[in-house]
Every structure is written in structure tokens, then in C-alpha cells.
Design a protein around this ligand. Structure first.
Ligand code: ASP
Ligand code: MG
Length: 464
């Protein structure tokens, strides 16, 4: 069972989490718990690391105090037994003192390396796990908290987005975690964080607690991995945009991964890999509505619905770049040059489209990176007989329609584009990967919600 940041955001929520675990344990299940940092804490650590780099000593002091108060308030509400409470407080106090030392060190040298940044970011989950562990003990469930490193997750040194070394990780997790439930101990593992072979702390990328959970699930060959969050599961669309949007009871691994990539707030993009290989189902469930069975992600197709599109999402905060010029036509390596340049500048390209004329290529990136991308492209490309123009639009959004049955179904694209055209919405760019699991296109941001509603209607997603 993995619990996200909102599930442990406050002491009250943490008690809810503990009682959900208790319920399963009392039913005779063996449970391994994985927790995220308290909601917002990872972001705050990010900010604190930046402030330390700028040598803002006063910020660090105030930050330390804030962290301390936030976590102590959670402990007070989550744990009634005063002996357990004092112990957890002591543990968290020590962790925060270590955090202060790390930040002070960064302050002194005025430099923040990817390695030290990961070290700072690891503190959120290091603080949350002992609290959840204490809340379980408070309910008389024997429990022990472990960091990802202690649990045995080993990664490469790609700080900020480290990759687990799969075989050694599987072996160590099995060796260290599996015996605990047999001894009637419920392990609580810090999500998101791991370590290199030399023991240097790494993180698995934002949202990485899901990944921790599925790695453990695969290592222990569990029956199911439950991702507890603050929504009922994966929906056909954002209910804030489409009021008739509703829960999808079942998705394939590929569909769920596709939605994670498109930020439908489902999962860490690589989290499904370990369990997909082992054919272990995952279930997304709501801590605040545990009666709901959530969305099951598995290899079996349990839904009877055959229509091609299953869900539609709108991705905001993106920008469209268009590079054009006759010099690109028939010139081998011209697209590579553009993509390489963006890659070297740390700019991730979300979507690409280029027509057979080869005279232009369109790219979608995160909007906050647009300035950097444009200056890199203009400096490197213009006036070199290659590209003659670089233009951008920052008032756009991506609409992605997804579903495994789109593969090989004729007429899906035409239905999507006809329905959007009927709403008089202009499409700026289109991409469909040959996996055929999704069709994505770009429209003006002001047209985004209408496009989502039109597609939701066209494929009758409200009647599932
Ligand atoms: N706390 C980390 C984050 O906010 C990891 C997670 O929540 O899964 O990205
Ligand atoms: Mg989080």
C-alpha cells in the first residue's frame, strides 16, 4: 500500500491511513506500507535547497522551524500514546537537525550539486515514514520504518531521476522486507528515495513513491499494489472540465502508463514497469472514500466497453515552437540538431510533428522553458543557412485522447477532428505515435476545455 502526500498531509489523515492498514492486517493480510512526504514538503525542500545555494542563512532557520512545527503537529494528532509520540518526535527532531546541517553546508559553499540536491530532497520521506510507523504502533500494530536505502533499493547515480539496478534491488528487497510480515511486523518504507551502490542518497524522480511501491511489489510477488491517493481513481476526463466524467474501473498497463505520461495525475511514468513484467495488478484507491474499489490496472481486459477512446486529458502550461527553413529540406541530421540542442539545454520535448515537406518542425515543451528554448535555438540556428525562422506560441494546450482500442480502429482520428472542427476550434498541430494508444493535438488554451468536452461527448464517455 502506497500512501501519497495528501494521505499523510496532517495527523488526522495519517490516523486514517493507519486504520486502513490496520483493517487489512486484522483481516490476515500481510501489508508493506510505502509513504510519500507530507503534502508540499518535497516542494519546500526544493525551495530551501535553492535558498541555501543563494546563501540565505535566515531562510534556513525559518524553514527548519516550519518543518519542525508541521511535523510535530502531525505527530501530536496522529499518535495518542505519549511514549510512542515522544520517541517519534525525537527521531524527527534528529532528522531535521541533520537537514539543517546539510542546508548550512550548501550555504557555506554556495553551490548546489545534483547530488546534494537529492540529499536534501530525501528528507521529506525520511520524516514521514517514522510518523506513519508510530501511528500504526499506536493502534497496536507492530511496525518498523525503513528508508529506501535500508530497504535495499539501489540505483545508478543519475541524481534527480535515478534508475534502480533491477536485479540487485529485487534481491535485496526480498531479503530485507519479506521476513518482516512473517514476524508480524508491518514495514513502513520511505518512498521516492534510494541510494547508489556506494550508499549515496538518490531520488527516483518526482512522484517516485509509486515506483518504490511497485518495486517492492514485484520483489515480494504481492497479490496487488494499492496506490492510495485523494481521488477515486483514473477518470474519463477531469471532472472540473466535464461534469459527467467518471471513474474508469479497469485499464491495461499500457493505457495507464500512457495517462501517467500525459499527467492525468495517475502515476510515476516508470512505476508500472516492475509489476507489468510480473503481471501484478495495481489499484488506485481513495483514502477518503475507501468504499470505492478504484481503478484496477492489469493485463486482463475486464471492461466490456469496446469504443476506441477511453479518456481525454488537457495538458496546460505548454508552449509550441515552430522551426522552419528551406535549409532543412533533405538535410540529414537537421531534426537531430534541433532536438540535441534542446536536450543539452535541459529542455524536455513533449511532442513533435514534422511534415514530409521537411521545411518545418513543430515541438511542444513546458511553457516555463520557452524563453530558454528560444534563445538556444535562435543563437544556434539562425543565420547559418539552416533554419530561417523560429516562432512560438505560449497560449496553447495539448489535448490527448487515449485508449488501447484505438489501435487498428479505423476512423478514430476523423471522429476526433470532425467533432473538434464542429466546435469551430482550430487545430495547430497533431501527433499520433505508431503505438496508436493516443492521439494528441494542440489548440489555443482558451479552446481546450471545449475540445475536451466535445471528445468526451463524441465517444459517449459519460455512458460507460
Ligand atoms: N515526495 C515526492 C514528490 O513529491 C515523491 C512522491 O510524492 O511520490 O515528488
Ligand atoms: Mg508527492
Amino acid at each position: 500500500m502506497k500512501f501519497g502526500g495528501t494521505s499523510v498531509a496532517t495527523g488526522e489523515n495519517t490516523r486514517k491511513v493507519a486504520s486502513l492498514v490496520e483493517e487489512s492486517v486484522k483481516q490476515g493480510c500481510s501489508v508493506v506500507v510505502v509513504v510519500s512526504a507530507l503534502d508540499g514538503v518535497t516542494d519546500e525542500l526544493f525551495e530551501a535547497a535553492e535558498q541555501a545555494r543563494k546563501e540565505k542563512q535566515e531562510y534556513i532557520q525559518a524553514f527548519k522551524q516550519r518543518m519542525f512545527e508541521r511535523h510535530c503537529a502531525a505527530i501530536t494528532k496522529a499518535i495518542k500514546n505519549s511514549t510512542i509520540r515522544k520517541e517519534v518526535e525525537q527521531t524527527v527532531r534528529k532528522i531535521i537537525e541533520e537537514l539543517e546541517k546539510v542546508l548550512t553546508g550548501i550555504c557555506y559553499v554556495g553551490e548546489l550539486t545534483p547530488k546534494s540536491k537529492d540529499y536534501v530532497l530525501s528528507f521529506g520521506e525520511r520524516m514521514s515514514a517514522p510518523i506513519v510507523c508510530g501511528a500504526l504502533q499506536d493502534l497496536k500494530i507492530e511496525s518498523r520504518s525503513l528508508t529506501g536505502k535500508a530497504a535495499g533499493i539501489v540505483t545508478d547515480s543519475n541524481f534527480g531521476d535515478a534508475n534502480p539496478l533491477f536485479n540487485v534491488t529485487m534481491h535485496q528487497l526480498k531479503e530485507r522486507i519479506e521476513p518482516l510480515p512473517e514476524e508480524k511486523v508491518t514495514p513502513v518504507v520511505s518512498g521516492y528515495i534510494a541510494a547508489t551502490q556506494d550508499g549515496v542518497v538518490t531520488t527516483l524522480g518526482r512522484g517516485g513513491s509509486d515506483y518504490t511501491a511497485t518495486l517492492i511489489g514485484a520483489a515480494l510477488s504481492v497479490d496487488e499494489v494499492w496506490i492510495w491517493t485523494d481521488v477515486d481513481g483514473i477518470m474519463t476526463a477531469d471532472p472540473k472540465i466535464v461534469s459527467s466524467a467518471h471513474l474508469l474501473p479497469q485499464l491495461s498497463y499500457q493505457e495507464a502508463a500512457e495517462m501517467a505520461i500525459f499527467g492525468a495525475k495517475a502515476m510515476h511514468p516508470r512505476a508500472l514497469e516492475p509489476i507489468m513484467k510480473a503481471d501484478i495488478p495495481a489499484r488506485i484507491r481513495n483514502v477518503f472514500n475507501p468504499k470505492n474499489h478504484g481503478t484496477l490496472i492489469s493485463s486482463e481486459q475486464t471492461s466490456t466497453r469496446q469504443d476506441a477512446v477511453k479518456a481525454v486529458a488537457m495538458i496546460k502550461d505548454v508552449a509550441l515552437i515552430n522551426v522552419s527553413g528551406g535549409g532543412m529540406v533533405g538535410a540529414p541530421g537537421s531534426y537531430a540538431r534541433i532536438l540535441d540542442l534542446l536536450g543539452k539545454n535541459g529542455i524536455n520535448v513533449m511532442m513533435i510533428s514534422a511534415a514530409a515537406s521537411e521545411a518545418n518542425i513543430s515541438l511542444v515543451i513546458r511553457r516555463n522553458l520557452l524563453g530558454r528554448a528560444l534563445s538556444a535555438l535562435e543563437i544556434a540556428l539562425l543565420g547559418k543557412g539552416f533554419a530561417s525562422e523560429v516562432t512560438a506560441e505560449d497560449d496553447v494546450c495539448v489535448i490527448a485522447a487515449m485508449g488501447a482500442n484505438m489501435k487498428g480502429t479505423l476512423g478514430v482520428a476523423s471522429r476526433i477532428f470532425t467533432t473538434v472542427a464542429r466546435k469551430k476550434i482550430n487545430i495547430r498541430m497533431i501527433a499520433q505515435g505508431s503505438s496508436e494508444l493516443n492521439i494528441s493535438f494542440v489548440v489555443k488554451e482558451t479552446d481546450g476545455e471545449a475540445a475536451v468536452r466535445a471528445i468526451h461527448d463524441e465517444f459517449k464517455l459519460d455512458k460507460m
